[in-house]
Design a protein around this ligand. Sequence first.
Ligand SMILES: [Zn+2]
Length: 77
Amino acid sequence: MFAVLIIAIIAVGYIVSTRIHPLRACPACSSSGRHFGGVYKNAHRRCRRCAGSGRKDRVGTKVFWGGTNNTGIFPKK
Ligand SMILES: [Zn+2]
């Protein structure tokens, strides 16, 4: 029973955390929003995974709050 309580507290903490901090660093560009070329080191384009924003919704943000479309702003209902 005690373990269940601990898990419940952690789960609630995670849900609250995804509301306060809905985004994570883009795994493809580590939040830089840029994808650099292999030969010409200064050449880059917008990261395709995050469309150059460097922002990605956390999994919990999508599951519990419906996602922010990678903007970090929750849509008004
Ligand atoms: Zn990216």
